[in-house]
Design a protein around this ligand. Structure first.
Ligand code: SF4
Length: 235
């Protein structure tokens, strides 16, 4: 099995990318056969997440999915999660919350930590909870696409994740923004309505703006704070 510990000695699989899903279904099939219950999908319920959930449900309809609930998401995001749960009732969707409530965080680190120290805020409300959710897992799935930003251009289908000491599976690396939306419309999937209001990438409400540029679809995240990633994908 390809794990963090065996990464250097194991032969990595290759996948054909000449189908409509650009390899994504091949990768997911391999990943669930390879890791089984030791595989977790960490879903943000953005538009890539909507696509991945639909693809995953074709491969493993009772897959385990976690949403990092920082307690700071838009109401539209929580409503989207409820609609997805109704559409895929067999999927095991779990909301992972931070150890600290917002009130406890304010008492310990000050008010609106996301403005003063967004890295610390992301660590407390995203990174530590994901580490807890993945404690028993050997691999996780992420919806990263190479096109999303310069920092994601070298992501592979199967990656060594040094941050979480496991394997990160990224089935959508070859998908373009148009591919994602074509799939969503073709399959009539329900999605977060904020996407139609100028939010291509949706995170916590205090750190997400409706900025949109063709060059960098994530430019609305942490705008003006000198930060482009929450830290989950820094290996
Ligand atoms: Fe905090 Fe913003 Fe990170 Fe959410 S995205 S955890 S509010 S810094």
């Amino acid at each position: 099995m390809i794990t963090y510990e065996t990464w250097d000695s194991e032969q990595k699989p290759t996948f054909p990318i000449d189908n409509d899903e650009k390899g994504a279904l091949h990768v997911l099939t391999w990943a669930y056969e390879h890791y089984g219950k030791d595989l977790l999908y960490a879903c943000s319920f953005g538009i890539e997440g909507i696509v991945l959930i639909d693809l995953i449900s074709q491969v493993r309809d009772d897959a385990e999915i976690v949403f990092l609930d920082t307690n700071l998401h838009f109401s539209e995001t929580y409503e989207t999660i409820e609609r997805v749960k109704e559409a895929y009732p067999r999927l095991r969707i779990h909301l992972q919350t931070p150890t600290l409530s917002l009130e406890e965080q304010e008492q310990q680190f000050g008010a609106e930590l996301w403005k003063m120290n967004p890295n610390k805020c992301c660590e407390l409300r995203k990174i530590i909870p994901l580490r807890q959710a993945m404690a028993e897992k050997k691999a996780w799935i992420s919806g990263l696409r190479r096109e999303q930003s310069p920092t994601r251009q070298h992501v592979e289908f199967i990656n060594l994740d040094k941050k979480f000491h496991n394997i990160k599976v990224c089935p959508l690396i070859h998908w373009t923004w148009k591919d994602v939306w074509r799939y969503v419309h073709r399959h009539n999937l329900s999605y977060n309505p904020l996407h139609d209001r100028g939010y291509p990438s949706i995170g916590c409400a205090p750190c997400t703006s409706p900025a949109y540029t063709e060059e960098d679809l994530r430019s609305g995240r942490w705008a003006g704070l000198g930060k482009t990633e929450c830290g989950l994908h820094e290996s």
